[in-house]
Write a protein that binds this ligand. Structure first.
Ligand SMILES: [Zn+2]
Length: 66
């Protein structure tokens, strides 16, 4: 829960302003939830590509060994 130093009060996420500011004094006390960072998306795409490659590799390898 975000704490406002100025007001000495805890605030719940919905009671805060759109940009994470304290509803009483307007000080920004929490960073608003951001979207997924771009490098995380790149990592997911890379991971998905790697998994597809591994599945393809296994599908190729499996019939040759059994
Ligand atoms: Zn405040």
């Amino acid at each position: 829960m975000p704490w406002c130093d100025t007001c000495s009060k805890f605030w719940t996420q919905p009671s805060m302003g759109e940009h994470g500011e304290c509803p009483a004094c307007g000080t920004v006390i929490a960073t608003p939830p951001k979207g997924v960072p771009w490098h995380f998306k790149v990592m997911l795409v890379g991971l998905a590509g790697y998994l597809v490659y591994r599945v393809y590799w296994f599908a190729e390898w499996f019939p040759k060994h059994f």
